[in-house]
Design a protein around this ligand. Structure first.
Ligand SMILES: [Zn+2]
Length: 223
């Protein structure tokens, strides 16, 4: 299909413009990276605060166990002191029973405490890991901010309609079927296939005022 050579690049512009219609936000890749990092940081901050809450709960749990243990030790000591003065057999039996119950509960609490200490070290580690990840994200965000600030604002996409009026109808109809992509002498920018030498020769044989298409995917190749 014939098309004046100076108009070929319009087809690439049109392909770019039509893609841009679907992505109306003019955001540089650097800004996109920054936005992604900020979203990652928000998720990480949530996870870090959950880790901190879990640690706080376990610290309270340990305090509760220690407080119970303190009360039970006092009760056990009271029982012991009363036993040393008590002579009534019924009363002694009650005191001995209570002292035994207190001792046995203390033993349970000690094993709970041991378990809680194991858990709390894992929870502290978790808090540290989240803190380190947040620090790392903050550093990355700082760098990404600088990159985004110095990145050029992407050019406003052209209006596809303004490009279309410059092209003949038969070319537009072909373009609407197969679109257009760059051709660097070896690879089709549409399907990213490296063309074999025989097909490259075919593409090269197309006169400069005609449109070549990719033998693989049919995309108009802009040479
Ligand atoms: Zn192709």
């Amino acid at each position: 299909m014939k098309l004046a050579p100076e108009l070929h690049s319009l087809l690439l512009e049109l392909a770019t413009a039509e893609r841009a219609v679907n992505q109306p936000d003019r955001v540089s890749p650097e800004q996109q990276e920054l936005d992604k990092l900020i979203a990652d940081r928000a998720r990480m901050a949530d996870a870090a605060s959950s880790a901190q809450l879990a640690l706080g709960d376990m610290e309270l749990e340990i305090l509760r166990i220690q407080e119970d243990e303190r009360k039970l030790k006092k009760r056990e000591l009271d029982d012991k002191r009363q036993l040393s003065a008590e002579t009534d057999p019924e009363r002694r039996k009650d005191l001995e029973h209570d002292r035994y119950a207190a001792k046995s509960r203390i033993a349970d609490l000690l094993s709970e405490l041991k378990e809680a200490h194991n858990e709390i070290s894992a929870l502290r580690n978790n808090v540290d890991v989240h803190g380190a990840r947040l620090d790392e994200l903050d550093r990355k965000i700082e760098l990404a901010k600088r990159a985004a600030e110095s990145a050029p604002t992407p050019e406003a996409p052209k209006d596809p309609a303004e490009l279309r009026v410059q092209l003949p109808a038969d070319v537009l109809s072909l373009f609407d079927d197969v679109s257009a992509a760059t051709y660097n002498g070896r690879m089709c920018g549409g399907c990213f296939l490296q063309l074999p030498p025989s097909e490259r020769a075919e593409v090269e044989a197309v006169p400069a005022d005609e449109l070549a298409t990719c033998p693989n995917c049919g995309t108009i190749l802009i040479r």
